[in-house]
Design a binder for this molecule. Structure first.
Ligand code: MG
Length: 177
């Protein structure tokens, strides 16, 4: 595999199972290898459950099953602790409701925060582009690793390489992929 300067990872289904902080098998070792080789690693994760919960709350519907922003940040902190390296991360809290053709609400005065930007929600490339800019890495020297079509779409839109999580980590390919 080509060596990249920057490896950006999805979380759910890539580094961890949904809602968990334990890393999937082989992840810690592989990330260690990358860091020891001098590569940079970063995280970009859609966490639209936060925005969808806000939307449900705004409609007077039950929203308890959806995480708050703080719960997502706490979980991310747990994942970073398990990785054991300083890893810059970006999360997309907005959710796009296809049936309403509308974006979920944003907490008051937070419109300008990147984590609440529609441009951050994959398959839009906002999170990847900001990681590239902050690391001063060109798209050709970066790769995004994920488990969903929107991950591949975000990588294509950012102009960087893409690899499926199971290929990158040497897992068995999931049945429906
Ligand atoms: Mg995923």
């Amino acid at each position: 595999m080509k060596n990249h300067s920057l490896y950006i990872f999805d979380i759910d289904g890539t580094l961890c199972n949904l809602d968990e902080t334990d890393l999937l098998p082989g992840r810690k070792e592989r990330l260690n290898e990358l860091v020891e080789s001098g590569a940079k690693i970063a995280i970009a994760t859609n966490q639209g459950g936060v925005g969808f919960g806000l939307y449900r709350k705004s409609k007077g519907k039950p929203f308890d099953e959806f995480p708050t922003e703080q719960e997502v940040l706490d979980r991310l902190a747990g994942i970073l602790h398990n990785i054991g390296h300083q890893v810059p991360f970006k999360a997309a809290f907005r959710y796009y409701m296809k049936w309403e053709k509308a974006w979920s609400p944003v907490p008051a005065d937070r419109e300008d925060e990147p984590f609440w930007s529609p441009d951050y929600r994959k398959p839009k490339p906002g999170m990847l582009l900001d990681h590239l800019a902050e690391h001063a890495v060109s798209p050709a020297n970066a790769i995004y690793i994920g488990d969903r079509p929107e991950d591949e779409g975000a990588a294509q839109a950012a102009g960087c390489d893409f690899m499926w999580a199971w290929d990158f980590f040497g897992d068995e390919r999931p049945e429906n992929c």
